[in-house]
Write a protein of this length. Structure first.
Lengths: 334, 334
DNA sequence: TTGTAAGCGTTATCAT
DNA sequence: ATGATAACGCTTACAA
């Protein structure tokens, strides 16, 4: 791989001049057109590619943006990741992906590696589990990194002191529940979550508040996952229970898709027999015309990158309610 | 951030010794226990993190593995990516994600950046579109990289000379079609694809071969995408047509999910009125009990990493037919 | 068993 | 407008 020195020799100039022509930052340094052309040509014919390693070493920082996601397979995080990747690429950065399974120890080890690579910023996608072992160590590591000038962003509520760009989970769930109540649903169950998972618990809180508000009894089921399969299992259990709910609010679109699968296989009609709503607003939800709280996932990713690149403090965007065909006004049977 | 020199000073040894203790490669160099302990402690207290940039510069290679995916949001590629990420992390590598939208120019620019970072290997997830502009330039870039010792792996059929770890698309589709015919389906349509997309066209070929084999007329529809939404749209059109097929084979699980959505919303029964099958074997398909060709996606990712790390030439794993509840034996109406 | 020193490719400082 | 040179933090022959 051709180096700057080789290009310089080929163009008959010093490495300094070659660097000035080929560099992003020093582009405006006065260089004669002839020299500039010579260097450009030389770089072209030599097949020159600058060394990111050398630049990173020299600058003390790389143009890497780390993403630590709870689950890369979950479209919720995948859409965030994609938003980050696209924005990062546009800004000349590169996205490093790390999967952490909501385990603070894994998060920390991935975080450390990202730090070793001199990442310009590190973005957490996914909230933490209250009291999970390793949380304190992770927090310390994050603090060190931030002292070193690494931007740490979180796109979900976290216990450590990162810059948070977070949607109001409680309020969004409250709004969604209230909407379903206003449609005439009486027995609304909430499905999905993970014990201690902060974002999920905030959604449950919002649901509870809305239910109590209209004197209805909350019913939470299936606190055993955020995936399609756990949503399906929980819904199957609900359908088999003595009193079937007339609506289910799911902790995210994934569990909602699982709920749809369960209901269809049980031969029930949606929304006549049972209404379904999710939280997330992912593409898959859209295909099934799922009523959902639409969160600007890709936009959150874009904002995180903006925050890292320009050191700004962005305002989190709003969510909105998307009305699909999995809910409809219900005539209360007197 | 503490450097090796600082650690060495703190431990009262030379940088060489410090390096030897903290290094992966030179771990077995003879160092006295006392010295070793001193260095370890010093590194600990100084909060030492080695610089990946310096190592990469010195070694001429980084421990980065690049992934160029057609669409990170498609679970098909997301599962591959996750397989790569997990295997890479286990081997002490880090995964760089790049989204390329099946555009050779984007693929090339991402590839170049990956090369600038001295990636140990670059993995392509997704096949190419026959004759797409930019293909030749990409191929040249790939050749350069391979000459430089960068491992280039492709997990889908591609026009350039990378190491391919690819499932037999034609055969898998042939097998699936034959299975549906054997179940008694007569009018089997094929849905999904993109004009020129090699992997998709191979699947269509397999379908055609199986159909002709049993004297049935092939019917291909919806060559306008590989996504859920395009699968839904194509299926809606099929349902509205004069002769409704009794089974649909989809180019991938995503379009199959879209087909399910369309059929459910049309109020038809699956598999009684119409049977559905996909190709891919992703998690979402599993939730819907979709009959599908199960491809070892994560395993392909793992193999790619193995190939890069150990320079082996792995054997591509086999696919298998997964029987779900979206197909069933059909009693031919005489 | 430990240390010295060169050099990886780039950029920044300071001349010219 | 251009160039010489010294770092950046690490690895590794080569010495001791």
């Amino acid at each position: 791989m051709a180096t700057l020195r080789e290009v310089a020799r080929l163009a008959g100039v010093s490495v300094t001049t070659a660097s000035r022509v080929l560099n992003d930052t020093d582009r405006d340094h006065p260089v004669s057109d002839a020299t500039r052309a010579a260097v450009t040509t030389a770089a072209e014919t030599a097949g020159y590619r600058r060394s990111a390693a050398a630049r990173a070493l020299k600058n003390g920082r790389s143009r890497l943006i780390g993403v630590i996601a709870s689950d890369v397979l979950d479209p919720y995080f995948a859409e965030m990741t994609r938003g980050i990747e696209v924005a990062a690429a546009a800004a000349g950065y590169v996205t490093v992906l790390a999967n952490a399974n909501r385990d603070p120890y894994q998060e920390r080890s991935r975080f450390q590696v990202l730090r070793e690579h001199g990442a310009a910023g590190i973005v957490f996608c996914g909230s933490d589990i209250d009291g999970a072992p390793g949380t304190a160590e992770l927090a310390r590591e994050v603090n060190h990194a931030m002292r070193d000038g690494t931007d740490v962003i979180s796109l979900a509520p976290r216990g450590f002191a990162a810059t948070e760009i977070v949607i109001d989970n409680e309020a969004s769930s409250y709004d969604l529940t209230t909407h379903l109540l206003d449609l005439g649903n009486r027995q609304i169950a909430f499905v999905g979550g993970l014990p201690g998972l902060v974002a999920a618990e905030m959604r449950i809180s919002g649901y509870r508040r809305a239910m109590y508000n209209q004197d209805r009894l909350p019913r939470v089921a299936g606190l055993d996952g955020m995936s399609q399969i756990s949503g399906r299992a929980a819904t199957e259990r609900l359908l088999a229970s003595a009193t079937r709910p007339d609506a289910i609010i799911c902790t995210n679109d994934e569990t909602a898709i699982g709920a749809l699968a369960a209901i269809w296989q049980a031969g029930l009609r949606i929304p006549e027999d049972i209404a379904i709503a999710g939280i997330g607003g992912t593409d898959t939800g859209r295909v099934f015309d799922l009523t959902s709280i639409e969160l600007p996932l890709a936009e959150l990713g874009r904002l995180a990158v903006e925050c890292i690149v320009t050191h700004s403090t962005p305002v989190p965007p709003e969510y909105r309610l998307r009305l699909g065909r999995t809910t409809a006004p219900r005539n209360p049977i007197a």
